[in-house]
Design a protein around this ligand. Sequence first.
Ligand SMILES: Cc1cc2nc3c(=O)[nH]c(=O)nc-3n(C[C@H](O)[C@H](O)[C@H](O)COP(=O)(O)OP(=O)(O)OC[C@H]3O[C@@H](n4cnc5c(N)ncnc54)[C@H](O)[C@@H]3O)c2cc1C
Length: 393
Amino acid sequence: MVGATIACALGDSNLSVAVLENHYPAEYESTQPNDLRVSAISVASQNILTMVGAWEGILSRRSCPYRRMKVWEASEDNASTEFNSEHIGRDYLGHIVENRIIQLALLERLQQFDNIDLICPAGIQEIDYSPGSSMIRFDNDKEIIARLLIAADGGESKVRAAAGIGVNKWDYEQSALVASVTTSYLQQDITWQQFTPTGPLAFLPLSGNHASLVWYNTPENIKRLMALPDEQFMQELNATFPECLGSIDQLLGRGAFPLRRQHAQQYVAEGIALAGDAAHMIHPLAGQGVNIGLLDAAALAETLLVAARTGEDITELELLKDYEKQRRQHNLIMMQTMDLFYRVFSNQSGPLKLLRNVGLGIAGRAGPAKNKVMRFAMGLEGPLPALARSEEI
Ligand SMILES: Cc1cc2nc3c(=O)[nH]c(=O)nc-3n(C[C@H](O)[C@H](O)[C@H](O)COP(=O)(O)OP(=O)(O)OC[C@H]3O[C@@H](n4cnc5c(N)ncnc54)[C@H](O)[C@@H]3O)c2cc1C
């Protein structure tokens, strides 16, 4: 998603771009059940995807806007906090979209540009990083030489490793089980999250009566849940998820994801830049991973386009450091915020319980704090690259 967005943003420029992707996603058909992997896409990300010409391809396929967001802690009083886009004069807070649909829309778009080559399946055999003239060798022994490498190949990035860029990481000692289900309710306009002592339970609405459920728990418990036969697993879902879920009619799929925090020690070196999960992986509880990745994409594309137009060398470290400066601190703050949520909400100590209730109370009270939380969810808080503000580069 992140790499293809960068490429689309560089479409029609005087740069020659090759996109290397291993898997072309399966084509979309409206009768297909919803995929397991979905993302809450913020308004800032929607702006970026619109500006690079891919949002239409998403809307024409399948997505689900959400107008409301509710959070509460599983406790005796079940006090909850609800956010509503109407209160800030907006039609929605974001959209839930299947990752495959985002990829399809972007890949379709990038193939419309003459200056972009899509090599898929890439079959990379060797990456030889050399500032200003890196070499990629493919399975068929063909090679390409690139002045600039962009590592947007996910958390296990081979490109990052080839450049010898290290990461700082730790496990959250928590896994996420994602279940794709249909429920007795028709399409919903709310996404909610209930915090429990063992981890949050989240509901993400999808088109029609489809929904994506996320169950955070210890790796051992998630392993046990994954091993249960469907019928028994459905019973556990019904017993554990709050009543507002309604009844689950059908289980369409489930998958488990170990969670870790990971941050590259640097985002750039001469002739290379990292973006998206290759640069950072964060706890998904607030659905921000790909959203901050798309902000990287916009900021990097902006830096490269301006340089290409003014005849600057796009491989230069000083230039690439401008991109790092724009994004690293912002991503670090987002990571620390997610860590704070994770710690504060998975701890049963008295003072932290109080802090949670006070925090939810303040966030829920109509006024500037509540509006700020909504703007945060929409990705509109903080410094934004031009594309995220719907401005041409
Ligand atoms: C349970 C869960 C829920 C999440 N929910 C949300 C959410 O609601 N909102 C949100 O913003 N984020 C969410 N995230 C995070 C989000 O999924 C990631 O941040 C996002 O996928 C990162 O995108 P990316 O393009 O950087 O990397 P990836 O999605 O990992 O994509 C990397 C791409 O590179 C390709 N590739 C890799 N290696 C090679 C190779 N050697 N050769 C060729 N191609 C290669 C892969 O095929 C893939 O297409 C969630 C994560 C999890 C685990």
